[in-house]
Design a protein around this ligand. Structure first.
Ligand SMILES: Nc1ncnc2c1ncn2[C@@H]1O[C@H](COP(=O)(O)OP(=O)(O)OP(=O)(O)O)[C@@H](O)[C@H]1O
Ligand SMILES: O=P(O)(O)OC[C@H]1O[C@H](OP(=O)(O)OP(=O)(O)O)[C@H](O)[C@@H]1O
Ligand SMILES: O=C(O)c1cccnc1
Length: 473
């Protein structure tokens, strides 16, 4: 299935189409509207999220169409003929204003805004949430592993354990989050990443003995050879056999790239392996480790002094293990000329009305200090208020600030070059250097402050009052 070629219109929830039909048949479909995308809870008990998926989304929206087969199907399941006819000519013509892909973002910030008519802005809800929530979830996980691994090489090994075809976008997000290479050949091809890999146990098992398996592999791939050393006994067989083959390669003007450890105590085994390789004069041979790694294990292995050069990570990365979904939502904030909000018993869940932007305030060391959300065009403000407890406020005068949102799509056409996953990763890394350490630690990270301007607070109160009065509760 290729959504881009087929047109992605059916990649949606049924209710988006019934609402769209309702807007169309009641003649309301051209009324202007604006929706915000934001999430509420940071996954993995972390201190930040890496915003990812924007380029995938823009590509899909440019191709958000209902082809003939889709229209026949929609008519067959009861959609109105006039509406289906309208859909056959439909394309998304709205605008998108967003923070940059790879930006470090925080809960309750409306990081992306969609403007257009109510029908088109409603219709894209599901695909938008599907893409942004998943890629941001996985890029955040990848980025946490990058923080744990420092400059060591990170390989993505997850396709076999991914949630079905989600494995494709997981690879894109893994690279965006800071992984260097992937085992996923399709992903590498699609997203301009580098694919690479080692070997499976089956290769070694298919030979009479381990040494022959290593020799045949090295013969075929003398310049791209990483030997898996734990099939029989890592220290008594795998590493000694790898050393024999490494010497043979050297004699022939080549070099063994590395050995891979895939079971057992990775600290003990990597230390012993390093000693054995070094004693054999093979200081250049790298140690690759895999086996159910995650950011915590990587951090712990390095703290234990494990001399591991490369980490291969699959399951926990591509499934976002520990937190299988980001709770990003898409809420109507402005309709037909008026700010709009969704009230809630729970004040933290009340949405922010109107068209808004985000400023990031920076301290003297150019480190992130706090983020402010305000109405667009509001100008400067001196305080930001806690969204749920507005009596708590923070002064933001005399601080440098950056406006985080820019227009990326106009009338359904992307107006900025789409960043590659590698460009996103470089941007994220730069931004993380500006995020104070206390927000990056894994254990009980300090909460980054976000707040709303006085004017936005006043307009939220006014709109909420109006909604309460109109609905008499
Ligand atoms: N020194 C270490 N410190 C912390 N975690 C480690 C260390 N060494 C390995 N691990 C992790 O511990 C887990 C060990 O998993 P498990 O008990 O399945 O071991 P195994 O060696 O894979 O066993 P098996 O031989 O059955 O495959 C893995 O997630 C691995 O990454
Ligand atoms: O543990 P993960 O983080 O998910 O990383 C991927 C795992 O997949 C492979 O094992 P598998 O048993 O599938 O095949 P193999 O024979 O190549 O080891 C590989 O050896 C890793 O252990
Ligand atoms: O290339 C590898 O070593 C690899 C690829 C996929 C999964 N596990 C390991």
């Amino acid at each position: 299935m290729n959504l881009i070629e087929k047109g992605s219109g059916l990649y949606t929830d049924h209710y988006e189409l019934t609402m769209a039909q309702g807007y169309f048949l009641s003649g309301r479909h051209n009324k202007p509207a604006c929706f915000d995308y934001f999430f509420r809870k940071i996954p993995y008990q972390g201190g930040f999220v890496v915003f990812s998926g924007l380029s995938s989304l823009l590509e899909l929206l440019e191709n958000f169409r209902f082809d003939q087969d889709a229209c026949i199907y929609l008519a067959s399941i009861g959609f109105d003929e006039r509406f289906v006819d309208f859909l056959s000519r439909f394309s998304f013509q709205g605008d998108i204003i967003s923070v940059r892909e790879g930006e470090v973002i925080f809960p309750n910030e409306p990081v992306l805004r969609v403007e257009g008519n109510i029908l088109e802005t409603q219709l894209i809800e599901t695909v938008l949430l599907n893409i942004l929530n998943f890629e941001s979830l996985i890029a955040t996980k990848a980025c946490r592993m990058r923080l744990a691994a420092g400059r060591r090489l990170l390989l993505e090994f997850g396709l076999r354990r991914a949630q079905g075809l989600g494995g494709i976008n997981a690879t894109k997000a893994a690279i965006s989050g800071g992984f260097d290479k992937t085992s996923n050949v399709y992903g590498a091809w699609q997203f301009g990443a580098e694919s690479s890999g080692t070997m499976a146990h089956s290769w070694i098992q298919s030979f009479e003995d381990e040494l022959t398996a290593f020799r045949v592999y090295a013969e075929h791939f003398p310049d791209n050879c990483i030997l898996l050393v734990d099939t029989y006994n890592t220290l008594k067989s795998g590493v000694p056999n790898a050393i024999i083959v490494a010497r043979e390669l050297k004699e022939n003007g080549h070099r063994l790239i590395g050995v891979r450890l895939d079971s057992g105590d990775l600290t003990y085994l990597s230390k012993q392996t390093r000693k054995m390789l070094d004693a054999a004069g093979l200081t250049e041979v790298k140690i690759v480790a895999s086996n159910q790694l995650d950011e915590h294990i990587i951090q712990s292995l390095l703290a234990q002094g494990a001399p591991i050069d490369v980490f291969g990570v699959g399951t926990s990365l591509v499934t976002g293990k520990d937190d299988p979904a980001l709770d990003g939502v898409y809420k109507l904030s402005w309709f037909d000329g008026k700010p709009s909000l969704k009230v809630s018993e729970n004040k933290t869940k009340m949405t922010l009305p109107g068209k808004k932007t985000i400023h990031r305030f920076l301290d003297k060391e150019n480190q992130f200090y706090a983020d402010g959300i305000s109405n667009i065009g509001e100008g400067t403000y001196d305080y930001i208020h806690h969204p749920a407890e507005p009596e708590k406020r923070k002064q933001v005068v005399n601080l440098q600030k950056e406006e985080l949102m820019t227009q990326v799509m106009k009338n359904g056409k992307t107006i900025q070059p789409l960043a590659s996953p590698a460009e996103n990763a470089a941007f994220t890394l730069k931004r993380l250097q500006q995020l104070p350490e206390e927000h990056k630690r894994f254990l009980n990270p300090h909460v980054y402050k976000i707040g709303i301007s006085e004017k936005l607070l006043a307009s939220r109160n006014a709109v909420a009052d109006h909604v309460y009065r109109k609905n008499e509760f």
